[in-house]
Design a protein around this ligand. Structure first.
Ligand code: BDR
Ligand code: CA
Length: 309
């Protein structure tokens, strides 16, 4: 097995942290670069968190800071879910220093040094950094094997009734990726709802031994608030679903679909309009992840993160 060269763009973020550890602990992925945007909390915190998460894994992956705001507006944060510190109050040791430069430049440099159609690009936050990279050197899109995003919803949203948090925070950037002409897979809210974490599941996972990353991941899972959307029974673990697709696609059921963004001002701004049944007759631009083998997903997550330092 040749590990896939991988770039991860994120906004840690509790579930981003778990997703990063899943990626860093998986031999299927060769994580070459982690880039960071603001999102769940401000950029200063998301970068500090990304450094700490990568540092705890012991992997020497450069972390580069990027967008402090979206293409057209300020990011709206989500401290009620992720805590003011972005990690649900779970304190990690300070990570290594940021690598120099700006995320979009680092993404382009990494793509430029790669073979055609070879790089997996995983987006776990607002995709401003990725859009800036491809806007400034569109020819590098040919280096992308697949873009995998946690974003959007085919049904209801979570930041507005219509829109999911990452999509809503930079809809123009997401629209650009949807029309880039490269393979793109998306784990929407409808999919991540199947990666549902309950207190009983956390107690079960906690029986597995593991190193510092696993202990920190368990503390983060224990700190996440139960969601009103699910009757306070638990919460969906969003971002690791996108990483899991890059590692183990057999865990998913998927279909090809056409999707476009609602970019108009108004109550539906940021909505991902997904044509699951081909009503529009438009060519598919999306691999839509629809079903998840949740027990196998949580096994994978635990196996990979527990094996990290
Ligand atoms: C997405 O928004 C963020 O709060 C999470 O990290 C995830 O990427 C879910 O809507
Ligand atoms: Ca995220």
């Amino acid at each position: 097995m040749t590990p896939k060269p991988t770039i991860i763009d994120c906004d840690p973020g509790t579930d981003d942290a778990v997703a990063l550890w899943l990626a860093l602990g998986s031999p299927e992925l060769d994580v070459r670069l982690v880039t960071v945007a603001g999102g769940n909390v401000g950029l200063a915190r998301t970068t500090a968190n990304a450094r700490a998460v990568v540092g705890l894994s012991g992997r020497a992956v450069p972390v580069v800071a990027g967008a402090e705001r979206s293409l057209l507006a300020d990011f709206r944060a989500e401290p009620a879910v992720h805590g003011a510190d972005g990690l649900g109050g779970v304190v990690l040791p300070e990570g290594p220093a940021l690598a120099p430069g700006i995320a979009a430049d680092a993404i382009r440099d990494t793509l430029r040094g790669a073979a055609p159609a070879s790089v997996t690009v995983i987006g776990l936050g607002p995709v401003t950094n990725l859009a800036l990279a491809f806007a400034t050197e569109p020819a590098l899109a040919d280096r992308v094997a697949e873009i995998v995003l946690m974003s959007g919803a085919w049904a209801e949203g979570n930041i507005t009734p219509a829109a999911e948090f990452n999509a809503w925070n930079d809809p123009e950037a997401l629209a650009m990726l949807l029309h880039l002409g490269r393979p793109l897979a998306m784990a929407t809210l409808d999919l991540t709802a199947q990666a549902f974490v309950t207190p009983a599941l956390v107690a079960d996972l906690a029986r597995r031994p593991g190193g510092a990353c696993w202990q920190a991941a368990l503390r983060i899972l224990g700190a996440l608030p139960a969601s009103k959307r699910f009757g306070h029974r638990g919460f969906p673990l969003h971002d690791p679903c996108a990483v899991a697709w890059a590692i183990a696609p057999a865990l998913f059921g998927a279909r090809q679909a056409f999707a476009e963004m609602d970019l108009a001002a108004g109550p539906s701004r940021g909505r991902t309009v997904i044509d699951r049944w081909g009503r529009l007759g438009r060519p598919a631009n999306l691999t839509l992840l629809e079903t998840l083998d949740a027990p196998a997903f949580f096994d994978l997550l635990a196996d990979r993160i527990a094996a990290l330092p």
